[in-house]
Write a new protein. Structure first.
Length: 356
């Protein structure tokens, strides 16, 4: 799963990327996207690893892409076409917005900045849907052959985009939304806005930062908003575990911003994890919510999907309560057999029985 990070110059998006993917080499070409892989923290995996003491422990991962910044003015304003094409391949977008004061720079205008970013995304989507709508209508007039669902979906989305509103505002049926999947529309993607503040802004309860976020939440109710201080997070990353915990407690936080952002990305993408255990490896497997057991088997290996017989499943609560003992789970009747259509639940511990 790929998360695209966007933002205006001086927003701190590349610093946020560095926090999410520590140790990723700096790019030598600012026009090219920077790709990194980050692990998803999961105490369930830590627990399983402690029980089985495997040779290898593998956490779920997410790909993060730091895209070139949008140009805010001039004849070349907006996202370069090559960047837009790359952004369409991301499953979700994360906009980093400056809420802090920068020496030598104008005062932050976060509400204006979010709207500017959204305008550019709307414009990029309209450049796709408008000509496509015209082509479908031309085919309908000339040959009478056209995809009725696609025409309906494209017409609805184009109308909304033409009003300067994001595509998610269109009243689309699930079938119409599925029809548009191949378009890679940027304003239909899950979206999170990260408010990059200084330390005072991070602690702000009812001041300018909170007021701006409240206004943006009203404007974009389908989007997720969260705040961090990239500068503070960099400092936290250099502390030892005890000092890091104390610093976070002083900020009123239980976990670092990196972990909060990754969890938010999981929520946005409607992802869950199932877990496989053994002495060779303990591993978390990210899948979409409502994925069936047979498709989950395919995440491990295509042979397991093709030869699927049954899935041995323990819920996480049962597994944890019995300290990860497979024998105790069997004795208690809590290690059940499920068929192909079983919907995997978050945290399920699964072993696939396959004929191949």
């Amino acid at each position: 799963m790929r998360i695209g990070i966007i933002g205006l110059p001086l927003s701190g998006k590349s610093t946020v990327f560095q926090i999410l993917v520590p140790g990723c080499p700096l790019s030598t070409d600012p026009t090219r996207p920077r790709l990194g892989v980050t692990t998803v923290p999961d105490p369930r995996v830590d627990f399983c690893s402690g029980v089985f003491k495997p040779q290898k422990t593998t956490f779920a991962t997410l790909e993060m892409v730091d895209f070139a910044g949008v140009r805010a003015g001039g004849v070349d304003r907006g996202f370069p076409p090559a960047v837009v094409a790359q952004m369409r391949n991301a499953e979700a977008l994360m906009a980093v917005v400056r809420f802090f004061h920068q020496p030598g720079a104008e005062d932050p205008t976060p509400v204006k900045d979010v709207r500017l970013l959204m305008d550019e995304l709307v414009f990029a989507d309209l450049a796709v849907t408008e000509p496509r709508s015209e082509r479908i209508l031309a085919d309908k007039k000339r040959a009478g052959r056209y995809d009725e669902k696609e025409l309906s979906a494209v017409t609805k989305v184009t109308a909304v985009l033409s009003e300067g509103r994001p595509a998610f505002r269109a009243d689309l049926t699930p079938e119409e939304r599925a029809t548009l999947k191949g378009y890679g529309l940027l304003t239909l993607k899950p979206f999170v806005v990260v408010a990059n503040c200084d330390e005072d802004g991070f602690r702000d309860v009812d001041g300018p930062v909170s007021q701006a976020l409240a206004e943006l939440s009203r404007d974009y109710p389908d989007y997720e908003f969260m705040r961090l201080s990239a500068r503070v997070e960099e400092e936290i990353g250099q502390l030892d575990e005890a000092d890091r915990t104390a610093f976070l407690e002083d900020l009123g936080q239980k976990e670092a911003a990196r972990d909060r952002i990754i969890r938010a990305a999981f929520r946005l993408l409607d992802l869950i994890c199932f877990i496989t255990v053994g002495e060779d490896e303990v591993r978390a497997w990210p899948i979409r919510r409502h994925t069936t057991a047979v498709k989950a088997a395919g995440r491990i290996h295509t042979d397991l999907e093709q030869g699927f017989i049954r899935a041995e499943v323990s819920s996480w609560d049962d597994f944890h309560r019995l300290n990860g003992s497979l024998n105790d789970l069997k004795k208690a009747g809590l290690l059940r057999l499920e068929g192909k259509e079983y919907k995997v639940a978050d945290g399920d511990v699964i072993n696939i029985r396959s004929g191949l």
